[in-house]
Every structure is written in structure tokens, then in C-alpha cells.
Design a protein. Structure first.
Length: 66
């Protein structure tokens, strides 16, 4: 019973839980910041006709402009 508050007991459980929750919180915050930063600048393809198609299997994904 003397090891109950050691790192293998309740204290270790609380430290591990706090560490995991802080990592999840940090990564979640970074994901939101990254998404907000990139929401204003959508990806835009420039020179669409200069994109090379290396396989004829990709022909079904080609977009034809009218």
C-alpha cells in the first residue's frame, strides 16, 4: 500500500492523463489554427494545361473545359 501514490499508482495515472490531454489539446488547437489560416487561401491550379499526365489510366479524371 506504500506504493499507491508512487508513479505506478494514482499519481502516475494522473500525470499520464494530464500529459495525454495536453497533447490532444495542443494538436487540436494547431489543427484549428491551420485550418483557419488556409481557409482564406484556397488551392488554385495555374497553367492547367501544363500539368503532365503520366499514365493513360488517369485520362478518366481529366476535366474538359467547354
Amino acid at each position: 500500500m506504500d506504493k499507491m501514490f508512487g508513479l505506478n499508482g494514482i499519481a502516475g495515472l494522473l500525470i499520464a492523463t494530464a500529459l495525454l490531454l495536453s497533447i490532444v489539446g495542443f494538436l487540436g488547437y494547431q489543427a484549428v489554427v491551420t485550418q483557419q489560416a488556409n481557409a482564406d487561401k484556397p488551392y488554385e491550379i495555374k497553367n492547367l494545361h501544363d500539368v503532365k499526365m503520366f499514365s493513360s489510366d488517369n485520362a478518366k479524371y481529366q476535366i474538359e473545359k467547354n
